[in-house]
Ligand binder design. Structure first.
Ligand SMILES: O=P(O)(O)OC[C@H]1O[C@H](OP(=O)(O)O)[C@H](O)[C@@H]1O
Length: 307
């Protein structure tokens, strides 16, 4: 349980972050926990796995990749402790391999949409979006990137470092410069924390501003998302919860000490309606947002359970 707690803490504090990375870390935590779990009975085994699953899922509420990963990794059908343990180890490893392969596939598929000379705008730090950009560059396409700072956590700094490592010409801009620069952009590529059954995107706060500005300027808006970023719960009407993080991330508490009438809000994500999304690049191909329901039902193979 100690290792699970360590992983949970790293996810909570964002030492491990990015919807895909969170998912993989959770699958690894479940796998290692199951491998070392001492249980006298199947009931005990099931209760412990259930407890650890809920604990990990509770670390961050928005990225649906987290509950999807935990559910896929912790599946078992056997009523025997040893067999169930092996099933979990196998399923978790399968999930981790699938997640790695998905990033590669998204990179390959999405890079075919990138043309020589393209100026690409990206937001925050998405490994899926970066997979498309770096794959296109490595294929010899002459591209450049405009990367937003992504306040308050400034994950844009991770993005510019990554792009610099690939020698991709990159310009860092503040979030409020997005519309100002949009006329120079050919394509916007962002990642996803969750995609709802109606094709709406949930991603880092500010994403919807990029989408609006791209729509206004008639620029293409692409989302890079593994199929495990689609939200089964939204089919049965459950909304996606937007995580609100500590105000300390926005402003030093000392600034607020003598401002009793001021409060700070810090939502970590926002919604981009499907009509602003041109395509979603997934590991099973490029789809329009209207196909989100089909991905959840047919590809993710999700049971609807109790309605
Ligand atoms: O899975 P990948 O593509 O890496 O990232 C997907 C999304 O996860 C991140 O959330 P956070 O920084 O963990 O809050 C960003 O919103 C990013 O676009």
């Amino acid at each position: 349980m100690e290792k699970v707690q360590e992983t949970a803490e790293k996810i909570r504090t964002m030492e491990i972050r990015g919807a895909g990375r969170i998912a993989k870390a959770a699958a690894e935590a479940i796998r290692d926990y199951a491998a070392g779990l001492e249980a006298a009975s199947m009931e005990e085994f099931a209760a412990s796995i259930q407890e650890v699953s809920s604990f990990l899922i509770g670390t961050r509420p928005t990225a649906v990749s987290l509950p999807n990963a935990v559910k896929l990794a912790s599946r078992y059908s056997s009523e025997n402790v040893e067999e169930a343990r092996q099933e979990i180890i196998t399923n978790a490893n399968l999930f981790i391999e699938r997640a790695d392969r998905a990033l590669e596939k998204i990179g390959k598929i999405g890079s075919r949409r990138i043309q020589d000379g393209d100026v690409i705008m990206t937001h925050c730090n998405s490994h899926a979006a970066l997979s498309i950009i770096t794959t296109a560059f490595e294929a010899g396409k002459d591209i450049s990137v405009l990367a937003t700072e992504s306040r308050p956590r400034r994950q844009g700094l991770l993005t510019i470092r990554h792009l610099n490592d690939f020698s991709i010409p990159t310009t860092l801009i503040v979030d409020s410069a997005v519309r100002y620069y949009m006329k120079r952009v050919d394509k916007v590529i962002v990642g996803a924390d969750a995609i709802a059954a109606n094709g709406a995107l949930v991603n880092k706060i500010g994403t919807s501003q990029l989408a609006l500005a791209a729509h206004e300027a008639r620029k293409s808006f692409m989302v890079a998302a593994e199929t495990f970023k689609f939200s089964p719960n939204t089919i049965v009407g459950n909304p996606i919860e937007i995580e609100e993080r500590d105000s300390d991330e926005v402003v030093n508490p000392s600034v607020l000490a003598d401002l009793p009438h001021v409060r700070v809000r810090n939502p970590a994500f926002d919604f981009t309606p499907s009509e602003y999304i041109d395509m979603i690049v997934t590991d099973i191909g490029i789809i329009p947002p209207a196909m989100a329901y089909t991905v959840i039902k047919e590809h993710l193979g999700w049971e609807l359970g109790e309605i």
